[in-house]
Design a protein around this ligand. Structure first.
Ligand SMILES: NC(=O)c1ccc[n+]([C@@H]2O[C@H](COP(=O)([O-])OP(=O)(O)OC[C@H]3O[C@@H](n4cnc5c(N)ncnc54)[C@H](O)[C@@H]3O)[C@@H](O)[C@H]2O)c1
Ligand SMILES: [Zn+2]
Length: 383
């Protein structure tokens, strides 16, 4: 069985991510190895609980912890003030103190919410992540961003709170619904296209194993994504230097698509997949318009990215949205509807459109578009 360890370098906040099939049952000894632990508060959701709670709780009990457990409803709606408040109250009721540890067992919703609660209870207690969706394993559990949503705005209230450790067991992906798995792969392809050409080639060479969810290939895949993100986060922990922005390939378009479709209609990773195709097209059109930094982005580049995405069964056509909802009106994703929505993206600073675009395979840069013409031609054209 393949096992990987990644050290996230953040001075006194450094921690390690352990990845491998079966590592879930090592949670007890990982927590035991922390100094001075009093109460353990384990937070999960109703979909994850039947598969993995017993294993995690038994491992903790085996080293003489008696974890308190909260099982929350699944879904983005849980990532809100009401549930955060309930968890703060529970922590108080069980006598949690500054030596307590919160463990998040679940996807990005449970991770973000639990991390936010840990960041704020008595001004911050330790937090450990056991991410169980591909998106959480390759993205949300790395980087220390924790948050809850406001009714009007996602991730609007939050903090930077690094975990004390992360355990990732690719076996948990066996029970993940197909769409959630494919959406996570959207973020995986993102790392390859924009930040790591060698990783993109690894994905091309391992499509079958990835589609079959083979443990050892997934261990390597997740490890590389964590390495890439950890490398960026260690350089720009609080997103002040603009380096962390490189993680947003496909996201300016993706957010507009998510919102045009109506939040909850398609998954974030599905919108990002379409967004990556628009982004590659935009870079290609800029190259054709003589913008020298994008000269290497041509039709071959676009088609190579799209082919990998198709082989991994990601969204590559607007019509793929009909897989989620056959009654969906594709007119909602028409180019002229997307244009005004891009203005509301938080990446749109000072009235210019800001994108992360590839300059060659595995390299990208942020680019501010001052003219609407090229953008319109991309949005109104075919994917
Ligand atoms: N903090 C960050 O840096 C960061 C980055 C990206 C996304 N996010 C956040 O992550 C959230 C999305 O995370 P997500 O995609 O993991 O969604 P999620 O947590 O809602 O999980 C998706 C679904 O899968 C279920 N599930 C989870 N693990 C499972 C398993 N192993 N088997 C079966 N079912 C399982 C969940 O119950 C849920 O229904 C969003 O709120 C987003 O804002 C945060
Ligand atoms: Zn994303």
């Amino acid at each position: 069985v393949r096992k990987e360890n990644i050290q996230v370098e953040l001075n006194e906040r450094s921690y390690s991510i352990t990845i491998g099939a079966g590592v879930l049952s090592g949670i007890g000894s990982r927590i035991r190895s922390l100094e001075n632990v009093s109460k353990i508060f384990l937070i999960t959701d109703e979909n994850v609980e039947p598969h993995y709670l017993v294993k995690v709780a038994e491992s903790l009990c085996a080293v003489d912890f008696e974890p308190e457990v909260a099982i929350l409803p699944p879904g983005e709606e849980t990532k809100c003030l009401e549930y955060a408040g309930g968890l703060w109250e529970t922590l108080l009721d069980i006598g949690a103190d500054r030596k307590s540890v919160v463990i998040a067992l679940g996807g990005g919703v449970i991770g973000d919410l639990s991390g936010f609660v840990a960041a704020t209870y008595t001004r911050g207690i330790r937090f450990f992540q056991i991410p169980t969706t591909l998106l959480a394993q390759v993205d949300s559990s790395v980087g220390g961003k924790v948050a809850i949503d406001l009714p009007e705005a996602k991730n609007m209230v939050g903090a930077f709170h690094q975990p004390v450790g992360v355990l990732i067991d690719p076996e948990t992906l066996k029970t993940l619904p197909e769409a959630e798995y494919r959406a996570g792969l959207g973020e995986v392809v993102k790392y390859g296209v924009s930040l790591d050409a060698g990783f993109f080639e690894f994905l091309e060479q391992n499509v079958d194993a990835i589609n079959e969810r083979q443990d050892d290939v997934l261990t390597g895949l997740i490890a590389q994504c964590c390495r890439i993100k950890a490398g960026i986060v260690s350089q720009d922990e609080k997103e002040t230097l603009g380096i962390r922005e490189y993680l947003n390939y496909g996201h300016t378009f993706g957010h507009a698509i998510e919102s045009a479709a109506g939040f909850g209609t398609i998954l974030h990773g599905e919108a990002v997949s379409l967004g990556m195709l628009y982004s590659a097209r935009l870079a290609q059109r800029l190259a054709e318009n003589g913008i020298a930094v994008f000269r290497k982005i041509d039709e071959d580049f676009y088609q190579r990215q799209k082919l990998l995405m198709k082989r991994l069964r990601l969204f590559t056509e607007k019509a793929d949205v009909l897989k989620r909802n056959p009654d969906f009106s594709l007119a909602r994703l028409a180019g002229e509807r997307l244009i005004p929505l891009m203005k509301h993206d938080k990446k749109m600073a000072h009235g210019v459109y800001r994108f992360v675009l590839p300059t060659e395979l595995g390299k990208c840069r942020a680019y501010e578009l001052d003219s609407m013409t090229v953008l319109e031609s991309v949005l109104l054209g075919e994917l």
